[in-house]
Design a protein around this ligand. Structure first.
Ligand code: C2E
Ligand code: MG
Ligand code: MG
Ligand code: MG
Length: 289
C-alpha cells in the first residue's frame, strides 16, 4: 500500500505507479515499435456463400506476435493504439498490407473477390481517410469495389461528420459494411441515409441461434431488414452446421466463422482456397472477369 499520505489522508497515487500502469507503459512502448520490427501481420478469415461454399471475400484481422509478450489480441492492442495516437499509423499499415495481399493472390491465381478491412473510430473521425484510401488503391492498383470497409454502429453514431466521411468513401467506390450489427446503441434511421452495402450480424446473436428465442428473433429481423433495404447480410461467428442451416432457411446466404475457416495466414488461404478453380471461374464470371 502507498505509504505517503497527504494532509487529507488521501494516498498519493498515480495510475502509472501501480503494476497495471507499468505493464501498460511497457505494452505501449513495444506496440509503437511493433510495425517496424515486423511483429504485426494480417490474418484473413474467409467469407463464404453458405449453400455453395464459394469464397466471396476475406476479412483482414490484425495480429501482433511480440517476442516479449507472445501473441497479443487486437481486442487488447487496438484500444491501446487508439489511446496513444498510434491507430492511424497502424490502420494505414493494415489498409496497405491488405490491398497489397489482394494483388499477391491475384498474381498467384487465386481470385479473392473482396477484402474487408476494419476501421476504428479514431481512424474514421479524422479527415483525410478518403484520400488515404484512394492513394492506397492507386498504389496497389486494387479496384475500389474490391475493398470493403467495416465500421460499427457506434463509430457512425459517435462521429460528427460520419455522413460526410462515408459519402466521401462511397464516392471513391469502396463498399461499406456495418460490423457487429445490432449491438450498438443506434437509430436505424442512418441506414436509409448512408450508402451502406452490407450488414454483418454480430456473432453474439448467432451463438445460441437455435436455442435462444430472442437471438433467433433478432437474427431473423436483421435478415429481413437487409432484404427489404436491399443490403447484403453476412452472419459472423458461424461455428456449427445447425447455425448455417438456420441462416439459410431464413434467407441469409453468407457466413463467416470457424465452421468454414479460422483467420488464416495468406499462404493458407492460397493452399485451401486456391484449388477450387472451376467454382471460382464460375463465380467471377458472374461479376467481374
Ligand atoms: P470483428 O471485426 O467483429 O472480427 C471478428 C472477430 O471474431 C475476430 O476476432 C475473429 O477472429 C472472430 N471470429 C470469427 N469467427 C469466429 C467464430 O466462429 N467463433 C468465434 N468465437 N470467433 C470468431 P479477432 O481477430 O480477435 O478481432 C477482434 C476485433 O478486433 C475485431 O472484431 C475488430 O473489431 C478488431 N480488429 C481486428 N483487426 C482490426 C484492424 O485491422 N483494425 C481495427 N480497427 N480493428 C481490428
Ligand atoms: Mg470486422
Ligand atoms: Mg464483428
Ligand atoms: Mg468487433
Amino acid at each position: 500500500q502507498a505509504k505517503a499520505r497527504g494532509r487529507n489522508g488521501y494516498a498519493f497515487y498515480a495510475p502509472s505507479m501501480d503494476g497495471e500502469g507499468v505493464e501498460r507503459l511497457r505494452l505501449e512502448a513495444l506496440l509503437r515499435r511493433a510495425i517496424e520490427k515486423n511483429e504485426i501481420w494480417l490474418a484473413y478469415q474467409p467469407q463464404v456463400e453458405i449453400d455453395s461454399g464459394l469464397l466471396i471475400g476475406v476479412e483482414a484481422l490484425v495480429r501482433w506476435n511480440s517476442p516479449e509478450l507472445g501473441a497479443v489480441g487486437p481486442d487488447r492492442f487496438i484500444p491501446l493504439a487508439e489511446d496513444i495516437g498510434f491507430i492511424n499509423q497502424l490502420g494505414g499499415w493494415v489498409l496497405e498490407e491488405a490491398c497489397r495481399q489482394m494483388k499477391c493472390w491475384d498474381l498467384a491465381g487465386l481470385y479473392v473477390p473482396k477484402i474487408a478491412v476494419n476501421l476504428s473510430a479514431r481512424q474514421f473521425d479524422r479527415g483525410g481517410l478518403a484520400a488515404t484510401v484512394e492513394r492506397v488503391l492507386r498504389e496497389t492498383s486494387l479496384p475500389a469495389h474490391r475493398l470493403q470497409l467495416e465500421v460499427t454502429e457506434s463509430v457512425i453514431m459517435n462521429t460528427g461528420d460520419a455522413m460526410q466521411y462515408i459519402n466521401d468513401l462511397h464516392a471513391i467506390g469502396v463498399e461499406l459494411a456495418i460490423d457487429d450489427f445490432g449491438t450498438g446503441y443506434s437509430s436505424l434511421a442512418y441506414l436509409k441515409q448512408l450508402p451502406v452495402q452490407t450488414l454483418k450480424i454480430d456473432r453474439s446473436f448467432i451463438k445460441d441461434i437455435s436455442t435462444d428465442a430472442n437471438d433467433e428473433a433478432i437474427a431473423i429481423a436483421i435478415i429481413q431488414l437487409g432484404k427489404s433495404m436491399n443490403l447484403a447480410v453476412i452472419a459472423e461467428g458461424v461455428e456449427t452446421v445447425e447455425q448455417a442451416a438456420f441462416l439459410l432457411r431464413h434467407g441469409c446466404r453468407r457466413a463467416q466463422g470457424y465452421l468454414y475457416a479460422r483467420p488464416l495466414a495468406p499462404a493458407q488461404v492460397l493452399a485451401q482456397w486456391g484449388q477450387n478453380k472451376n467454382a471460382r471461374l464460375e463465380y467471377s464470371g458472374a461479376g467481374k472477369g
